[in-house]
Design a protein around this ligand. Structure first.
Ligand code: SF4
Ligand code: SF4
Length: 649
């Protein structure tokens, strides 16, 4: 039952003075929610002492936690002390109705003596009120939002409070709450936000979240935490803060998971707007019930009763640009370790942001002339205004992150040099090279044949690209759709040819819909077989119809050609957008294991100590926001690695 309280204390960024009991485990990762720990009621007196020297801002984050049994035998005098000396500390009594740590003995609140004989119940709430505490509240630690509201409200009061987190110890009661939970892998974004609970039933197997049914007690904590967000943002807390019009606080909560909310609020495929989350929780209905005001202000276009979480994020991202320079997020203390990051795309910059916040000295090496990676060179300007991107990247400069552009690792600086000069190296080069397609007729062509990533890069750099009147785009992913929409803006008639069905197209649904509205044509279940050229210039494309064939290893039906269905179309430019790959030549002979991707653990640790990787080059999720999540994850892995290395020294 204590897990919920510590999760909420972490959400609130509370400064927690703890005592000794089973709940002291809240000090450990991933909860990490206890800052000091003493015994015998000293959590209260320590908190009271801290309040004497803390700033007003710090005082608003100060909480003492104590178990019910310890409170009875030694917390009461400390609470009297707080009251008597004009303190304002929030005291949370973790009331699990037993003395759990020493083996479930009785105590003055259980109604039994230590020998099991009937005894008067000394009730905690009456006891606190009897001492003179006016603000005494009871919370259900399994209701995270209600607990958040109660603790947050107490932290803003100018008087001492006692909050009783009331739920029996599950080990004693051998309790199971309801239906067991399972993960819907079609919805899970692998943001790992649920793992922040530290629940032993939540396991990561082969990089995927699974619920261990032998350990799950169906408490619903994970269901409440999951928001099916690509970046792992704490959306329940963000919505509550926006509802309370505490925009600066909400923006800071966003930044804990995503350093680029204004970008994400424009380009993310927003799985957060699912009706039901990956753990079966009806999030859309709950948001609508809790926040009719937000639904009115941020409704989904065409669905007035549905909240658009992405629009809330976009609003806050823009708010952050206007109200924060970035210097506010610079670390209070510098650490001596230096970290090199290769690649200034969403994953690399995200890793830089979270490492810098922890005080590390971070240098990012970028091969192109400006930072941003796929946010700058992959996503067209009509989807993302690059000024927004620049303003969000400015925050990183203001935090003291160094970004060196026009530096290619392996050409200007060797990988070995980075290993020598930095305490850790993070590889985040992204999939920036095109996947080549073996297509008859392409080897002779000199004009009219382009790869999708190259085409988008040229358009995004403002270079002139002539595509002619008729453009064929081959592929079904986001790059293909961005190419089609960009070519349309260059005045061409554009057709996208995709070998599978419309339902199987992996591109973001909203973007496909926009492309259709803009007049892009789609030919599904169609594959190119030959590029036709005249005088080495593309003049047409020969294609063949496809149909679903036998199942492949992923359980999908592999498309196969329909016999005698070949046909030709006149075309001026063919854009091949069938996928991207990373250029990892600089890793040859370094000992870092890679094939198409760099081999890493799910946290991003590569095969060599001190080398890490994140983003598409390691995980291949392919969206800006999921890449951001991997950057944050790798920052935690680097921090753990450097701490352990420092401890050994
Ligand atoms: S989407 Fe939900 S279930 Fe999946 S990792 Fe994130 S919080 Fe966990
Ligand atoms: S990052 Fe994406 S999934 Fe997460 S809140 Fe923003 S739009 Fe939704």
């Amino acid at each position: 039952m204590h897990r919920g309280v510590f999760y909420v204390l972490k959400q609130l960024d509370a400064i927690v003075s703890g005592d000794i009991g089973c709940y002291t485990l809240g000090a450990l990762a991933p909860l990490d929610a206890m800052d000091t720990c003493m015994n015998m009621g000293a959590s209260l007196s320590m908190a009271h002492g801290m309040a004497k020297i803390f700033s007003e801002e710090e005082k608003k984050r100060l909480v003492a936690v104590i178990g019910d049994s310890t409170f009875y035998h030694s917390g009461v005098p400390a609470l009297i002390d707080i009251l008597y000396n004009g303190g304002q500390t929030v005291t949370i009594i973790l009331d699990n109705h037993t003395t759990a740590m020493t083996g479930h003995q009785e105590h003055p609140g259980t109604g039994r003596t230590i020998k099991g004989e009937p005894a008067p119940v000394i009730e905690l709430e009456s006891l606190a009120r009897g001492l003179g505490i006016k603000h005494v509240q009871r919370i259900d630690p399994y209701d995270l939002l209600a607990a958040w509201r109660t603790i947050d409200e107490a932290l803003h009061r100018r008087e001492p409070s006692v909050i009783i987190a009331d739920a029996p110890c599950v080990l004693k009661e051998k309790r199971r709450f309801g239906e067991l939970v399972s993960v819907d892998h079609t919805k899970c974004t692998e943001c790992f936000a649920c793992t922040e609970l530290g629940c032993p039933a939540i396991e990561v197997r082969d990089g995927h979240i699974e619920i261990n049914k032998l350990l799950c007690i169906a408490c619903t904590h994970c269901q409440q935490v999951c928001a099916t967000c690509n970046a792992g943002i704490d959306i329940p807390q963000v919505l509550e803060l926006v509802h309370q019009k505490r925009y600066a606080d909400a923006f800071k909560v966003l930044l804990r998971a995503n350093p680029f909310p204004a970008v994400a609020g424009r380009v993310c495929p927003h799985p957060c707007d699912h009706e039901v989350n990956a753990l079966g929780w009806p999030q859309e209905k709950l948001y609508a019930e809790r926040y009719p005001d937000l639904v009115r202000e941020f409704s989904t276009p065409g669905h007035p009763a549905k909240l658009s979480v992405r629009d809330v994020e976009r609003f806050l991202g823009d708010y952050g640009i206007e109200h924060f320079s970035g210097a506010e997020f610079a670390p209070a203390e510098e650490r001596p370790e230096r970290i090199a990051i290769i690649g200034a795309g969403p994953a690399g910059l995200s890793a830089a942001f979270y490492l810098r916040r922890r005080g590390f000295r971070v240098t990012v090496f970028e091969a192109f002339e400006k930072p941003g990676g796929m946010m700058r060179y992959g996503i067209p300007a009509f989807r993302l205004n690059k000024e927004i991107l620049d303003r969000e990247i400015d925050r990183l400069y203001m935090m003291g992150i160094e970004i060196k552009c026009n530096v290619t690792i392996g050409r200007d600086v060797s990988f070995a040099e980075l290993q020598r000069e930095y305490d850790a190296v993070v590889i985040a080069v992204g999939d920036s090279a095109p996947q080549e397609l073996e297509l008859e007729g392409t080897s002779d062509v000199q004009e009219g044949l382009l790869y999708g990533v190259d085409f988008l890069r040229r358009v995004n750099r403002g270079q002139s690209v002539k595509v002619g009147r008729r453009v064929a785009v081959i592929g079904g992913g986001n790059t293909a759709i961005d190419c089609a929409r960009s070519a349309k803006r260059l005045g061409a008639d554009v057709t996208v040819y995709y070998r599978r069905t419309a339902q199987e197209m992996p591109a973001i649904r909203d973007e496909i819909d926009e492309a259709i509205l803009e007049g892009v044509q789609f030919e599904f279940q169609t594959n190119p077989i030959r590029v036709l050229a005249r005088e080495r210039r593309v003049c047409g494309l020969e294609l063949i119809r496809m149909k679903p064939g036998p199942l492949d290893k992923d359980g999908r039906r592999r498309p196969v050609p329909v016999p005698n269905s070949e046909f030709s179309v006149p075309i001026d430019t063919v854009i091949l957008a069938i996928g991207e790959r990373a250029d990892l030549d600089f890793l040859k002979e370094t000992g870092v294991r890679f094939a198409q991707k760099i081999h890493t653990t799910f946290t991003g640790a590569a095969s060599q100590p001190g080398i890490f990787a994140c983003g598409d080059v390691a995980f291949g999720y392919g969206t800006v926001t999921q890449s951001i999540a991997t950057g944050r994850r790798v920052a935690s892995a680097v921090t753990t690695y450097l701490r352990q290395k420092g401890a050994k020294r």
